[in-house]
Ligand binder design. Structure first.
Ligand SMILES: [Zn+2]
Length: 326
């Protein structure tokens, strides 16, 4: 049987009609821009593993965040690179830590003109480079929870809007919620790295943020990429613990999990397009094999199409500029 009257190309015949029919529209408002701030820096330096990304000094933060806000990007995510590491991850929760100072600086200068999010993890701050505290040869879940809650509370005291735990410790959302509430920060939201996978796509970040593990790997706490049901259990557990926004990480190779989360749960979904995804596109673009602007919009639109409500991406500024040009 044929349908001679069905001609889908009718709706593709001009730029304007294609625009009218667009089902998924990427906007700068979908994006969260990560920033790296390094404690001992005098002025910003380029990251060799992530071309176009910089490690900022505290003095660079306000102008950088202003330029992000000017591009209509609604949120930044702060990552700190401390000058001191120890077995307790002390620099992660002290009041004059680099992340705490950065948050306070942004809040003081931008008020509520941008949403301030911050990473809550220990890997940049522990001498082991692991996301939890080490006991013997193991990453100890329950003693890490107490420290993660302290990190979140210290960031809340500095003025953060949303804390984003990425350690993949069991019970981290519950511990952080309890810690925040007990300290009176009932309005600080939690965006958990709910389904954060053990991925080889994090390598450029580990170099950028000085957070590579000094022994072993992260397979005892991060999710295996072979297990979608387990990923959904992680999301479900975070929801039960009171999370505000769940996250799937990485993004591009995990679109099925974003889509699955959207169909199973009624909760805002973030996707984290990670450093390796960025580096792959950058390398191919620098070699002249692809058009970076076009590929970036295609990838970010696909992540949104899969069901992400917001995307943490190193392409935030580039994509926002491209969108503004169109
Ligand atoms: Zn970590």
């Amino acid at each position: 049987m044929s349908f001679p009257n069905v001609r889908l190309r009718r709706l593709r015949k001009s730029g304007k009609i294609r625009e009218l029919l667009e089902e998924v529209r990427l906007s700068p408002k979908d994006l969260i821009c990560p920033i790296f701030v390094q404690e001992d820096l005098k002025s910003k330096i380029q990251g060799s593993s992530m071309p176009g990304m910089e490690r900022l000094s505290l003095g660079d933060v306000v102008s950088e965040v202003n330029s992000i806000a000017d591009l209509k990007i609604p949120a930044v995510m702060v990552f700190g690179i401390p000058s001191h590491k120890d077995e307790h991850g002390t620099s992660a929760f002290i009041q004059n830590g680099i992340v705490q100072k950065t948050i306070a600086e942004i809040r003081k200068n931008l008020g509520n003109d941008i949403v301030i999010m911050s990473d809550v993890c220990l890997c940049q701050y522990t001498s082991s480079g692991h996301c939890g505290l080490v006991r013997g040869d193991k990453i100890d879940n329950d003693s890490s929870l107490e420290t993660l809650a302290k990190v979140a509370v210290s960031q809340a005291q500095a003025g953060v809007d949303v804390v984003s735990p990425s350690a993949m410790m069991d019970g981290q959302v519950k511990a952080i919620r309890q810690g925040l509430d007990d300290a009176g920060f009932t309005d600080v939201a939690i965006m958990s790295h709910s389904a954060k996978h053990r991925s080889s796509l994090y390598s450029p970040f580990k170099d950028m943020a000085h957070s590579a593990p000094q022994f072993g790997d992260r397979k005892t706490y991060q999710l295996p990429y072979t297990n979608p049901k387990e990923a959904m259990r992680e999301v479900e557990t975070d929801i039960q613990e009171g999370v505000d926004i769940v996250m799937i990480k990485p993004a591009l190779a995990y679109l099925d999990l974003i889509s699955m989360t959207k169909s199973k749960f009624n909760v805002p979904i973030a996707a984290y397009s990670v450093s390796g995804e960025y580096a792959l596109v950058k390398a191919a673009a620098m070699a002249g094999y692809i058009d970076e602007k076009e590929v970036t919009l295609e990838i970010l639109t696909a992540i949104k199409r899969a069901g992400a409500d917001m995307i943490v991406t190193y392409f935030s500024k580039g994509a926002a500029k491209t969108l503004a040009e169109r």
